[in-house]
Design a protein around this ligand. Structure first.
Ligand code: AMP
Length: 113
């Protein structure tokens, strides 16, 4: 998608602080971190949101979680713990409509609500 900010980040048109990438996935540090570690893990394939997922996307979305596990280990978060979040549409506060997994850690996180 030509007007998608995360597609532009994946293509290198917008700078980002890369943490990890493979054939299907790109991960980079959030520009406005909500925790000491705040990383976004995105599929290189453009999918708007969980609402736009199809069965064909199951492998690529499942892979985001396996990548998150590896990054959490690299960042020293496996034992202390971390949170994985996917916001979907307005009530959840989704602002970028290219599906992404937030990885948050590095402090005690507040209860969800
Ligand atoms: P969401 O609210 O779930 O759609 O999350 C979008 C996230 O993208 C927010 O946490 C933003 O801070 C982050 N973000 C937006 N633009 C950039 C950017 N250029 N580089 C890194 N993170 C970004």
């Amino acid at each position: 998608m030509s007007d998608c900010i995360f597609c532009k980040i994946i293509n290198g048109e917008i700078p980002s602080t890369s943490v990890f990438q493979d054939e299907q996935t790109y991960a980079f540090r959030d520009i406005a971190p909500a925790a000491p570690t705040h990383i976004l893990i995105v599929p290189k394939q453009h999918i708007d949101s969980v609402n736009a997922m199809t069965e064909a996307d199951e492998q690529v979305i499942g892979h985001l979680f396996n990548v998150a596990r590896q990054i959490a280990a690299q960042e020293g978060l496996s034992e202390p713990g971390y949170r994985l979040i996917i916001n979907t549409n307005a009530n959840a506060g989704q602002t970028v409509f290219h599906i992404h997994l937030h990885l948050l850690g590095g402090r005690q996180l507040k209860a969800m609500g």
